[in-house]
Design a protein. Structure first.
Length: 290
């Protein structure tokens, strides 16, 4: 049984590869630069080198795989990110439709269930629909807000500020990508699911941005205050940084479209994962700050 893993050097993909190897499985990894894999991992996996935006490469690299774990490689900063996400995933959907792949596991997001109006997350919704129409067994993992997104806020956190355009008092799921990797690996190794399955990965608890600022104050050993900005503030900053308008709207739309979001899957034993934000921030964020 061949399992193909995309973005094997990412926060989630690297964890998936490690767990598959520990389970005795030799995964097939689709990677642009194999040298980003450590030498020991390179020697234990089947490497297919290429670009996930190259449809011919994706078709060739996934052919014959029993299961493909697909992570959308589309950066938020590209022009027309939603269409780019859909177009990039079309190749693996076609491979499944042709019978070359039996199962698809997608790293999706809460908000994809809305289908429209959530910025770049609409791209994940489009991928879900492509995979649903492929005829393969399909699992959509709708994940919460990654802890690792805070690593993009290092300058602000160093100055004692956490900035958001989100509703500061609305709780939402926050999750460690490592825990997502655990769920992905378990699902990839299981033959117990069939058809179309949706599973949320919600982290240990829902948090407001005010609570996050309080947690970071303790974990980072410095006062962190919350600064709330508007969508127009974010839009102006991104346009000023030279991002194309469609990319800007994709980023702004993720926050704007999530303000009233109630995840389709409730928090329960299956959707809740263990790593706390406090513990993660102390171990992974605090060492990055001056």
């Amino acid at each position: 049984m061949t399992i193909a893993v995309t973005t094997p050097t990412g926060h989630v993909g690297s964890r998936v590869v490690r767990l598959l190897l520990q389970a005795g499985v030799r995964p097939r990894v689709l990677v642009r630069d194999p040298m980003r894999l450590d030498a020991e991992t390179r020697g234990r996996v089947e490497v297919r080198q290429g670009d996930l935006t190259d449809a011919a490469f994706v078709r060739e690299a996934t052919a014959g795989a029993h299961t493909v774990f697909w992570v959308d490689p589309t950066p938020h900063v590209v022009e027309e990110p939603v269409e780019t996400s859909r177009r990039t995933a079309a190749a693996v959907a076609e491979a499944a439709k042709a019978g070359d792949v039996a199962r698809l596991v997608l790293l999706s997001s809460i908000g994809a269930e809305k289908r429209h109006g959530v910025g770049h997350i609409d791209g994940l919704a489009a991928i879900e629909e492509l995979f649903d129409a492929s005829g393969a067994d399909v699992l959509h993992l709708r994940c919460g807000y990654f802890f690792t997104n805070l690593q993009q806020e290092l300058d602000g956190l160093a100055a004692g500020v956490l900035t958001t355009a989100g509703d500061p008092d609305r709780p939402m799921p926050w999750v460690d990508p490592r825990d997502i990797g655990d769920v992905v690996a378990a699902r990839l190794l299981s033959d117990a699911w069939r058809g179309r399955v949706v599973q949320a990965v919600h982290g240990p608890q829902d948090l407001t941005f005010r609570q996050v600022a309080e947690i970071l104050t303790g974990a980072l050993g410095r006062p962190i205050r919350l600064a709330v900005v508007t969508d127009d503030d974010v839009r102006a900053a991104l346009l000023g940084a030279g991002l194309p308008p469609s990319a800007v709207e994709g980023i702004v739309g993720m926050t704007a479209g999530s303000r009233d979001l109630v995840p389709e899957q409730p928090r329960d034993l299956v959707t809740t994962t263990p790593t706390t934000l406090a513990g993660w921030a102390y171990a992974h964020l605090r060492p990055l700050l001056p």
